[in-house]
Design a protein around this ligand. Structure first.
Ligand SMILES: Nc1ncnc2c1ncn2[C@@H]1O[C@H](COP(=O)(O)OP(=O)(O)OP(=O)(O)O)[C@@H](O)[C@H]1O
Ligand SMILES: [Mg+2]
Length: 326
């Protein structure tokens, strides 16, 4: 595994001074939540700078929603500490500067989107004179402007999810937590949400994106953590996570004992007319070719092999399973 880590990003211990751009948007140290015998989150340490899109990727029950609820102060940690914008979690000051799209939510069926948004504007303290423009802008961004006065009870689930996203964006938040934001959306809706997320980053907003959708995380996140059974089992940029799975395929003639010759550069996974290797550093490829040629081999082809995030994700999860079973 390339970057197996319980520590995501730079995570100095102890509280972080409030104020200033140097203060990370999110900072957690050993954040832990147990529900009876279930360890929903096991010692999460991470730091997310402002303006970064951070993906929290994991299968059902991995602890993604638990992490978000802890960071938002909606449930209390069993152990560990965390700060949002330099403020200890649970304090109202930081919470006002944070947007949140919950995983499962329902707005009262009799309200209109405008009424829902007005209510949330009041909650987060958007001045009365600014509410109209704020609501209009949020509805436009999520594509619901034409439906602003209809009843929420008549909305499709994708439209309700769009409304949830509009709520999360009210009041120019400095961090937005999105818990599976596209689960009900069609492909166009998913594309729109990716654009909205990128736009938030452009404004310096940090985005914490919970997802089990690899493609979503792959397309939009600057960094990600793969979480399974409460533990971060890999983290880093997509390239860093994928690099441990990178390999090369070679077609070489004129040499015998190739697997033995190649073993020092990486793991030989299959032998034949083509020989496949895994865990080969990009920088070593020219040296491998030079070595084979120097030994009298004829190198007909060298093809880099890149794992898809999906294959890598499954491999990382399997490795974590094997580790847990050992
Ligand atoms: N209130 C609770 N009481 C008891 N156990 C809980 C509670 N909330 C979560 N859990 C347990 O904690 C673990 C993590 O749940 P969590 O909702 O964080 O997962 P998730 O990664 O968000 O999953 P999904 O992709 O299905 O949304 C699960 O085993 C779950 O059953
Ligand atoms: Mg969840």
């Amino acid at each position: 595994m390339p970057v197996p880590s319980d520590e995501v990003g730079v995570a100095p211990r102890g509280p972080v001074a409030a104020g200033g751009d140097a203060v990370p948007a999110i900072h957690a140290v050993d954040l832990t939540k147990r529900y009876g015998h279930i360890e929903a989150l096991a010692g999460l340490s991470m730091s997310v700078p402002r303006g970064e899109i951070f993906g929290f990727l994991g299968p059902n029950g991995a602890g993604k929603t638990t992490a978000v609820k802890l960071l938002l102060g909606l449930t209390t940690p069993t152990a560990g500490d965390a700060w949002l914008l330099g403020e200890p979690i649970g304090r109202a000051q930081a919470r006002r500067r944070v947007g949140y799209l919950p995983e499962l939510f329902r707005y009262p069926a009799w309200l209109s989107p405008v009424e829902v948004l007005q209510f949330h504007c009041r909650l987060i303290g958007v001045p009365g004179s600014e509410r109209g423009a704020e609501i209009d802008s949020a509805l436009t961004i999520v594509g619901l402007r034409e439906r602003g006065r209809d009843r929420v009870g008549t909305f499709s689930k994708g439209m309700q999810q769009r409304l949830g996203l509009a709520v999360a964006m009210l009041g120019a938040p400095e961090i937005v937590f999105l818990d599976e934001p596209t689960s009900a959306l069609d492909p166009v809706g998913r594309h729109d949400v990716r654009e909205i997320i990128r736009d938030l980053r452009g404004r310096g907003t940090a985005v914490f994106l919970n997802s089990h959708l690899l493609s979503e995380v792959e397309q939009v996140c600057d960094r990600l953590a793969v979480v399974d059974r409460g533990r971060v089992i890999a983290s880093g940029t997509l390239d860093e996570i994928l690099s441990g799975g990178s390999g090369v395929r070679l077609r070489v003639t004129g040499l015998t004992g190739l697997p033995t010759l190649l073993a020092r550069w990486g793991e030989v996974v299959s032998d034949g007319e083509w020989i496949s290797m895994r865990g080969v550093a990009d920088d070593d490829v020219p040296d491998i070719v030079a070595d084979l040629v120097a030994r009298g081999g004829r190198v007909h082809a060298v093809e880099p092999q890149r794992q898809s995030l999906e294959d890598r994700f499954l491999e990382v999860l399997r490795a974590a399973d094997d580790g847990a079973a050992a």
